[in-house]
Design a binder for this molecule. Structure first.
Ligand code: FES
Length: 223
């Protein structure tokens, strides 16, 4: 055995780390008082009650969820409907949007002027000669080419908006005004024919035809 190993062994034997400390004379306090009593084994009734309670709680949450979702959906739908209703025209505005015109008292050859949405409406009870003349106009003669039959619902009746398409004056409507047995705008001299089509003067387009339909033989609804 060499000297180094011998000295190492002597050092280890005398080291206090390897000294056994039994402390057999120590008295430890009794801590049983603080220890939790072991839980009693759960009975099957107890477990059933727990499961039932969990199911009741789940059903309660589900019902609450459905009720809250329904309330939120109803609120959002109500809000959107109200917002859309605000943008819609009111009933009095809607009532003005359409106009009924009685044609009963208007003899053949007569004209009338009515108002729809603040615009003059020209209505003319055309004669058979008027109808034949306007139907025979060649398209090549028209600045804003349009067949007469495409501008009327019933050829006996011409309905158009009485606003000149040049700068917006109201043309003269009575007695087949102008050079083409229709309407004449005195502002700058535009002549429209018996179908409301521009034939002479600075206006670029025919008189506009409003949306209308016959409610019966002698009543039209404009708008
Ligand atoms: S506004 Fe009618 S011709 Fe000018």
């Amino acid at each position: 055995m060499d000297l180094t190993n011998l000295s190492t062994q002597l050092l280890l034997k005398k080291s206090p780390i390897f000294t056994r400390l039994a402390h057999t004379d120590k008295v430890f306090p009794n801590l049983d008082y603080y220890r939790q009593a072991p839980a009693p084994a759960a009975s099957s009734d107890f477990l059933d009650a727990q499961v039932e309670e969990a199911e009741v709680r789940r059903a309660h949450y589900y019902t609450m969820n459905v009720a809250i979702n329904a309330a939120v959906t109803w609120g959002v739908a109500n809000f959107v409907l109200n917002a859309v209703n605000i943008l819609n025209p009111s009933k009095d505005v809607l009532a003005l949007a359409t106009v009924e015109i009685e044609l009963q008292g208007m003899a053949v050859g007569e004209s009338g002027v009515f108002v729809w949405r603040g615009k003059p409406i020209f209505v003319k009870h055309r004669t058979p000669e008027d109808i034949a003349r306007e139907a025979a106009v060649p398209m090549s003669e028209l600045r804003d080419a349009q067949n007469d039959i495409d501008r009327v619902v019933d050829p006996d009746w011409l309905v158009c908006i009485g606003i000149c398409t040049h700068l917006g004056c109201v043309p003269l409507a009575m007695d087949n005004a102008g050079e083409f047995n229709g309407y004449y705008c005195p502002c700058h001299g535009s002549h429209y024919d018996g179908s409301g089509r521009i034939r002479k003067g600075p206006a670029p387009l025919n008189l506009e035809v409003p949306p209308y339909s016959f409610m019966d033989e002698k009543t039209i609804l404009i708008g």
